[in-house]
Design a protein around this ligand. Structure first.
Ligand code: SF4
Length: 367
């Protein structure tokens, strides 16, 4: 039986070093190949001219550099750019690029679907299929960097920030997420600053501690409710890891870097979590937590009963918090292509309704 080729795209520097050591090569080959793949975007071993011919031939035999297929890509009227990527097994994931004046943020997925089923989240409502491999996670950045630089010349090196806030809970796929984070930070690959790479979690406490031990990227917590009763309802993971424990981990998360803080994501749901009483409860639970708040106007999706809070309610909520915490209201981007926060749905295999919808979109585009 033929052995499957190793996809080198999914190996970070350490992984590549041990790969080359097993071939009897020196570890510096890892740096060379990292640069070829991630910095130069080369997928053909024959083009890696600083490797010996023998090594190139050997790599062609045992390894590959493959990325998911771009099934669909579309730019919204505000410049937001969405990729629908098809994986080898037919599942699809979504990746979204959000350009702003001073930065370009790529929102990437870590799983096909999500098991946590938060009540207000479109991804959560479509079920869960599997974790993404490291190669599938980093491919999203690899593809975006290449594609966006071809767009109109203005997007050269467009991706300055990465947020793991797409489909899935990254901390339930930590083994594959960590090497991908290493690649994002590695100077031979993407060289992003640790302040510009953010992992977002609904609060998987044991994995938050592991994340902190292995990497120092930024952390965001999907908070969304200021008390356990409400959070149990809209973020069911709270039943396992309640607010008191979660806040205690957040309090200490950056204790060795006192100038850093945890971003608290809070989706604004009309009449559910957006009253002055909720804001005051938030102030209480966040006491002594080095935090900043990001208020996110809810993006409705089909069949949801939730509604977006009014601008007045969001403003009042913000005013109560902003004396104590740096508080921002997220600008809604990419709504016309379903690329706004909480709208990433990809395609979990066997969910034909989604498939049909995407095929319809593609066909409409082609006309
Ligand atoms: S909000 Fe995040 S953790 Fe919750 S279901 Fe959606 S993707 Fe999963």
């Amino acid at each position: 039986m033929e052995t499957a080729k190793v996809n080198l795209l999914g190996l970070d520097r350490k992984g590549l070093q041990s790969f080359f050591t097993t071939l009897g090569e020196k570890p510096y080959r890892a740096d060379q190949v990292l640069k070829w793949i991630h910095f130069n975007g080369v997928t053909d071993f024959n083009a890696m001219t600083n490797l010996s011919k023998t090594l190139r031939l050997q790599l062609i035999e045992i390894a590959e550099i493959t990325t998911p297929h771009i099934l669909f890509e579309k730019q919204a009227s505000d410049g937001t750019y969405k990729f629908l990527l098809q994986l080898k097994d037919g599942n699809c994931i979504e990746t979204v690029f959000i350009p702003e004046k001073t930065r370009g943020t790529l929102c990437i997925s870590s799983q096909v679907g999500c098991i946590l089923n938060c009540d207000f989240c479109s991804t959560g409502k479509q079920g869960f299929n599997r974790n993404l491999s490291t190669a599938e996670i980093i491919s999203q950045l690899w593809i975006a960097v290449r594609k966006l630089s071809l767009l109109d010349g203005q997007h050269d090196h467009a991706v300055t920030n990465v947020v793991m806030m797409g489909m899935g809970e990254p901390l339930l796929n930590l083994d594959n997420v960590l090497p991908a984070l290493n690649l994002m930070l590695d100077d031979c690959a993407y060289g992003l600053s640790k302040y510009r790479v953010t992992v977002s979690t609904a609060g998987v406490i044991p994995a938050m501690q592991q994340l902190r031990e292995h990497t120092d990227v930024a952390l965001a917590v999907s908070l969304h409710a200021p008390n356990d009763e409400l959070r149990n309802e809209i973020v069911p993971l709270n039943k396992k890891y309640p607010l008191k424990e979660l806040m205690s981990v957040c309090r200490d998360y950056f204790k060795n870097e006192p100038r850093r803080s945890v971003t608290m994501e809070y989706v604004m749901l009309a009449g559910v979590n957006d009253t002055p009483m909720h804001a005051k409860q938030l102030l209480k639970i966040l006491k002594d937590v080095p935090a900043k708040l990001n208020l996110i106007p809810f993006n409705p999706f089909p069949h949801t009963t939730y509604k977006r809070s009014s601008d007045t309610a969001i403003q009042q909520f913000k005013e109560i918090l902003q004396d104590k915490f740096h508080t921002t209201v997220r600008k809604t981007r990419g709504e016309d292509i379903d690329a706004a926060c909480g709208q990433l749905v990809g395609e979990v295999k066997d969910k034909t309704r989604r498939k049909e919808r995407y095929l319809r979109e593609i066909n409409t585009d082609a006309q």
